[in-house]
Design a protein around this ligand. Structure first.
Ligand code: AMP
Length: 212
């Protein structure tokens, strides 16, 4: 089963993908994480993409598709795509790539959240440098270190208010057309992303016909 998670940046795609991976043994692939790893390792791709990401713009389709394919490594079954595709071109490339392997995107889940709520979440998000776990400073049990591994927390450069606002615009322009595309191609399940993490997880599981 292959799943695509769609939604504004900050809608909870990464958090839910991680939970789906842990609960059902699916494989979480986040193109944002892949690029951040390239930046961290100071590879040529990472050095080239650093400013693009910090400014809240999209990395080119060509670069991102190559990076994704390199990391999938031919195991095209049981993947949760988080942050990919983000453009129609990417969606078509993914369809083609999966079809060559006799696979397809089986489910597309749209996590719905208002732009206002998304901005609030992005600007109060903290990420663990070590394990990538995501926290929010307004959570009642928030601590200034990672609750999972004790690692140091940081603010993503693209979570500044200016970058976050720009990312919402980029989503509206480049990624929103995918909603219509997948409504026609695969069918799309809408989930209310404003609910608690556990409630959203339950709804996604039910939409996938899985339960925990
Ligand atoms: P994310 O962690 O998914 O919010 O992604 C962070 C940033 O990485 C985005 O704002 C883009 O600059 C870049 N990025 C991640 N995925 C893609 C993609 N599918 N296409 C283009 N750029 C991407």
């Amino acid at each position: 089963m292959n799943i695509i998670l769609l939604g504004f940046p900050g809608a909870g795609k990464g958090t839910q993908a991680q939970k789906l991976q842990d609960a059902y043994g699916l494989r979480h692939i986040s193109t944002g994480d892949l690029i951040r790893a390239e930046i961290e390792a100071k590879t040529p791709l990472g050095l080239e993409a650093r400013d693009t990401i910090a400014g809240g713009n999209l990395v080119s389709d060509e670069v991102i598709i190559k990076l994704l394919v390199k990391n999938i490594k031919d195991e095209t079954e049981g993947i949760i795509f988080d942050g990919f595709p983000r453009t129609l071109e990417q969606a078509k490339a993914l369809d083609k790539y999966l079809a060559q392997k006799g696979q397809k995107a089986d489910f597309v889940i749209l996590l719905e959240l208002s732009g206002e709520e998304v901005l609030k979440r992005l600007t109060s998000r903290r990420v663990c440098k070590k394990c990538g776990a995501v926290f929010n400073i307004h959570d009642k049990d928030f601590k200034n270190a990672c609750a999972k591994c004790g690692g140091e927390l940081y603010i993503r450069p693209d979570d500044s208010l200016e970058s976050a606002k720009h990312r919402l615009e980029v989503f509206r322009k480049e990624t929103k057309p995918l909603i219509v595309y997948y409504e026609k191609a695969t069918g799309l399940k809408r989930v209310d992303g404003s609910k608690s993490i556990d409630e959203v997880f339950k709804e996604i599981s039910a939409a996938l016909g899985l339960s925990k």
